[in-house]
Ligand binder design. Structure first.
Ligand SMILES: Cc1cc2nc3c(=O)[nH]c(=O)nc-3n(C[C@H](O)[C@H](O)[C@H](O)COP(=O)(O)OP(=O)(O)OC[C@H]3O[C@@H](n4cnc5c(N)ncnc54)[C@H](O)[C@@H]3O)c2cc1C
Length: 471
């Protein structure tokens, strides 16, 4: 039966695009963090929407569960198949064409398997910009970005992925193709179905293409690093800068000193730009027209912050290289923490105003539970998203942290909930938080989500075991 299925699959998309050897499928069966290890019946690599539809139809007929996969950089194990070798991974990497550039409509229609960096480049070559930006942009795919509703560093100004999309094309679990590739900014004709697929983590269908919004390219940019004494000062700096610079403030990241030390330890050639402070704010200011005075404006805003005691010190990047170094410091934190050893990670979202109190209370509770543990706190402060991670203390071993992870996560998530936050800001639920979410989400919302899932995928064949517990 399985060999028949594999034969039909090979006939459908060509034998070279159906991987079954353990060595060939290994990298598709392990997640980026190395936390989840699955085993797939096969990995199918269709090259067109029609091929995706035929693969899905074959799988539906044989009742074989399908795991859509993009760049496999997700943090929640959403793209990792189960261990029992019963599932088919459908990898979108060969669907990597730009279908259409519409300059007047400021849209780019792309296939799901383009990496985010390729999408950014295509927009740049057209003299415009696609603003989604993540540390994983060289590997993650736009289909994965849509399916996780990725956030990243420019949400403050441009919103999450769901705000950057006008239309999508989807292969449904029964093999039908929904062509929703409309490039409309206004379309009030009932339910906005595309939004159901965005952030669904492959549980409702396979996104094969999308119409993305483009924006004017920045013609003037300033990047700066400011040192602040504590999180309330970081929030005050954010408020001051927004007041002075408006929505030209594109990014505002919070970085603790613990993070900078980890990056310096593990990533060669990381410059120490502003040493010796407990917290840093990385800020990006962009304007779509040439403005030689932008640096002076940012300098004046930072000087005001220093005079009023909000900022301790600040450095403005003097070259593109220095600006890139500042961003590399931020973007290498995940990698440095991975190199340090296993830790406990939390991708949480809070009202910006609640972040200082949250950090204080969480720090106290966690140090009481696990004295000496390193709190690796950083994130997109401008939009209320923290990566609140923990690494072992220098003297402890990795097992000491890992063994307590459930208990520590309970402390963090309960506190997040108390402050009206979310236990997943931008990484989704995947298999990692599928059960955890039941503690915090309104049962009515979970019930509605299950009804949506059953309506689209009555046989539970699309990414089963991810996002929702259907039992
Ligand atoms: C160094 C690093 C930095 C990161 N920084 C950020 C960040 O700042 N912000 C952020 O939001 N995330 C970040 N991430 C997480 C990750 O890159 C994003 O979640 C990204 O959107 C995942 O894209 P992907 O193509 O790798 O998806 P995958 O990991 O392959 O899949 C993720 C989920 O989407 C589903 N899926 C993938 N493609 C499709 C498709 N075409 N149709 C339907 N379902 C699909 C999968 O089944 C899975 O459930 C980071 C990751 C790394 C490694």
């Amino acid at each position: 039966m399985m060999s028949d299925f594999l034969e039909r699959l090979r006939a459908c998309i060509g034998p070279a695009h159906v991987l079954t050897e353990a060595a060939d499928i290994e990298s598709f069966c392990t997640d980026w963090r190395g936390r989840y290890h699955g085993s797939a019946l096969a990995v199918a690599r269709p090259g067109t929407t029609e091929e995706v539809a035929r693969v899905v139809l074959l799988a539906a007929d044989a009742r074989i569960p399908v795991v859509p996969q993009g760049g496999n950089t997700g943090m929640m194990g959403g793209a990792t198949p189960s261990e029992d070798r019963s599932q088919l991974v459908v990898s979108l990497g060969r669907m990597n064409r730009v279908r259409r550039l519409d300059r007047d409509n400021a849209t780019l229609t792309v296939e799901a398997g383009l990496t985010l960096a390729e999408v950014q480049n295509a927009a740049r070559e057209a003299g415009m910009m696609f603003p989604l930006s993540l540390g994983s942009e060289g590997s993650c795919q736009i289909g994965g970005n849509l399916s996780t509703n990725a956030g990243g560093t420019a949400v403050l100004r441009y919103g999450n992925t769901r705000e950057l999309v006008l239309g999508i094309e989807v292969v449904l679990p029964d093999g039908r193709v929904w062509d929703g590739l409309r490039g409309l900014r206004k379309d009030n004709t009932g339910y906005d179905l595309k939004q159901l697929f965005i952030g669904a983590e492959g549980t409702l269908g396979i996104i094969t293409a999308a119409v993305l919004k483009l924006f004017p390219q920045p013609r003037s940019s300033v990047t700066a690093l400011a040192a602040v004494g504590d999180p309330p000062a970081a929030v005050a700096l954010l408020r001051l800068l927004r007041g002075r610079l408006g929505d030209r403030l594109t990014g505002f990241e919070l970085i603790s000193e613990v993070c900078t030390r980890l990056v310096q330890k593990h990533i060669p050639r990381t410059p120490d730009l502003l040493p010796g402070h407990p917290w840093y704010c990385l800020l990006q200011v962009d304007e779509p027209w040439p403005n030689a005075g932008l640096v002076t404006e940012v300098e004046a805003a930072l000087a005001e912050a220093a005079q009023s005691g909000v900022a301790i010190d600040a450095v403005i990047a003097q070259s593109l290289k220095q600006a890139a170094d500042m961003w590399r410091l931020r973007e290498n934190i995940s990698e440095a923490q991975r190199m340090e050893g296993p830790g406990i990670k939390h991708d949480i979202s809070l009202p910006v105003s609640a972040i200082p109190q949250f950090l204080e209370q969480a720090g106290t509770s966690i140090q009481a539970a696990l004295p000496g543990v390193r709190i690796v706190a950083f994130g997109h402060l401008g939009d209320g998203n923290l990566h609140y991670n923990l690494s072992r203390s220098d003297s402890a071993d990795n097992d000491a942290v890992s063994a307590r992870s459930k208990e520590i996560t309970r402390i963090v998530h309960d506190l997040v909930h108390r402050y009206g936050g979310s236990i997943s800001a931008e990484h989704g639920l995947g298999q990692s938080k599928r059960d955890e979410i039941k503690r915090y989400k309104d049962p009515l919302e979970l019930d509605l989500m299950r009804r949506v899932k059953r309506a689209f995928d009555p046989h539970n064949l699309f990414n089963p075991g991810k996002v929702l517990d259907l039992s």
